[in-house]
Design a protein around this ligand. Structure first.
Ligand code: UDP
Length: 239
């Protein structure tokens, strides 16, 4: 097996990544497919932490748009990420990987509380750590949680999984077929151009702390392994 370019990575999985072709919820086949990729990378000695979203189940903004208090709706969104984390944990453990879920909202019957040093110890011991409940704060997103946790645990890069697109484009390729694929870009330029990498709070945090992002297509099962091998895949966002 080729040497790895990274010792520790953080994989950001949006809720949609777990949805497959469904309109809602988690597609067990899709979750298993993702778990296989994670387990393979972990088996080659790379420490893997994961932040999961919940767009496949619930988004706070949708609740707020329907008249709910935004903070309450956001807490619902954070709880929904716990459902995804458990589905992913189950799939990973079925493949023989050792895992821990750590939640930013205390929910001790199903997940450990988030304790940074303990998370790092789990990683050192070869466990996949899944961070649930985002940052634990309303008005944030799981993209920000990914940036924050990656910095806290000293991950060398964030791998941002996308569905059906190869990386970052000059415009949304679903709406603009002429949109140009961008192989490499700085955080600042992505922010200035308002490109769909991650939300601006999260992207600023990565920029301020020189944290590179690899934006890639999750549909190709070889991609995570390729990035970890140092191959150029998707879009690299770096300073
Ligand atoms: N959320 C939050 N604070 C956080 C992370 C998430 O309030 O730190 C809520 C927010 O309502 C969000 C929902 O959880 O809409 C699901 O997360 P996100 O939209 O980031 O999921 P993704 O788009 O990655 O599937």
């Amino acid at each position: 097996m080729a040497d790895s370019a990274f010792k520790r990575i953080l994989l950001k999985l949006s809720g949609e990544a777990l949805m497959g072709d469904l309109e809602y919820g988690t597609d067990p086949e899709r979750v298993t497919q993702i778990a296989r990729q994670v387990a393979a990378v972990q088996a080659r000695g790379v420490e893997v932490a994961i932040v999961v979203g919940a767009g496949n189940i619930y988004r706070g903004l949708a609740g707020a748009a329907a008249g709910m208090d935004r903070a309450t709706a956001d807490y619902m969104g954070m709880l929904a990420t716990v459902l995804n984390a458990l589905a992913l944990q189950d799939a990973l453990e079925k493949l023989g990987a050792h895992t821990r879920v750590q939640s930013a909202i205390t929910i001790s019957e199903v997940a450990e509380p988030y304790i940074r040093r303990r998370a790092m110890r789990h990683l050192e011991k070869g466990r996949v750590v899944i961070f649930a409940a985002g940052t634990g704060n309303p008005f944030f997103t799981t993209d920000t949680a990914a940036a924050l946790r990656a910095l806290e645990i000293h991950a060398e890069a964030i791998l941002m999984a996308k569905n059906s697109v190869e990386g970052v484009y000059s415009a949304d390729p679903a709406l603009y077929p002429d949109a140009e694929f961008i192989e490499r870009i700085t955080h600042m330029e992505a922010l200035e151009r308002g490109l769909k990498v991650m939300d601006s709070t999260a992207l600023s945090l990565c920029m301020d702390n020189d944290l590179p992002l690899y934006v890639f297509n999750m549909d190709d099962e070889r991609n995570i392994d390729r990035i970890v091998s140092g191959e150029r895949v998707g879009t690299l966002v770096s300073t």
